[in-house]
Design a protein around this ligand. Structure first.
Ligand code: ARG
Length: 262
């Protein structure tokens, strides 16, 4: 009787060990094969917003300030970061459907969005400016947009802000690149978009024939969005963001994409 029980116990232990070995996977595996046991943070982003998130032709990896920041945060948390490219207006729905755990996408923290998602502490200070054709004489300030056609990315704070101006014909397009193309093709008179992205488009992409106006329509803070019911992840992300700032890693990433820290 006793022996039988001991044998059964040994068998059960052997079985448990096999089972553990079977699903533990390779602890050193860096790829995120599902079931490998590695903790994966699924992050959604609209990869159309240089220098925050973009993909160079022929390059596999997404790059930009947000991409480096979320990878640094993930590393701090002990998570592997997996990025999914989604349309900007599909990001909050993806969070709500639990298709992604977090969103980093130059997303402005505002009350409308706070009704649907949680945000991390702010990680970047931004705001909206306007780009017009170089030979444009009639548009010098946002007040001059009445009766004009303006392109904005769909689902953004630019779309909201321009609609609020009133009397403007707003064209909502899928990406900022589409907006700039429309401007150059004279389908619209101006593009309203986030200042650092306009800066990058004008100074780094080698584009010609357009200029950015000085005036800022808004001041906005970017945050990482998390599902409304996931305060635990919000806390983890905030702690990691704090550490990334304290360690000097944030400043390094900032300098890489924007030059000196403001
Ligand atoms: N900051 C603006 C907003 O939150 C625009 C963000 C657009 N981001 C992007 N990856 N296209 O609405």
């Amino acid at each position: 009787m006793k022996r039988k029980r001991i044998l059964a116990l040994i068998a059960a232990m052997a079985f448990a060990m096999l089972a553990l070995a079977g699903c533990g996977g390779n602890p050193n595996a860096s790829s995120s094969a599902s079931g490998s046991g590695a903790k994966v943070l699924k992050v959604g982003s609209s990869i159309d917003f240089a220098p925050f998130e973009f993909q160079d032709e022929g390059q596999k990896d997404y790059q930009g300030f947000d991409m480096d920041l979320i990878r640094a945060i993930g590393k701090e948390m002990g998570y592997e970061v997996e990025i999914q490219n989604l349309g900007f207006d599909g990001l909050i729905p993806a969070l709500q459907a639990k298709n992604v755990d977090a969103v980093i996408s130059g997303m402005t923290i505002n009350d409308d969005r706070k009704a649907n998602v949680l945000f991390s502490e702010p990680y970047y200070q931004s705001g909206l400016t306007m780009v017009v054709r170089e030979d444009e004489e009639g548009i010098k300030t946002f007040n001059d947009l009445k009766g004009k056609k303006v392109a904005v990315q769909i689902g953004t704070t630019s779309a909201e802000a321009v609609k609020k101006l009133g009397g403007v014909e707003v064209k909502e397009l899928n990406t900022p690149a589409d907006c700039f193309m429309e401007l150059k093709g004279k389908g619209v008179d101006a593009v309203v978009n986030d200042r650092p992205v306009n800066d990058y488009f004008i100074h780094k992409s080698g584009t010609t024939g357009v200029k950015q106006l000085e005036e800022r329509l808004t001041s906005e803070d970017y945050g990482i969005a998390i599902a409304k019911d996931n305060a635990e992840l919000q806390k983890k992300i905030d702690e990691a963001l704090k550490k990334v700032k304290e360690s000097g890693e944030y400043d390094k990433i900032f300098a890489k994409w924007f030059g000196e820290k403001k």
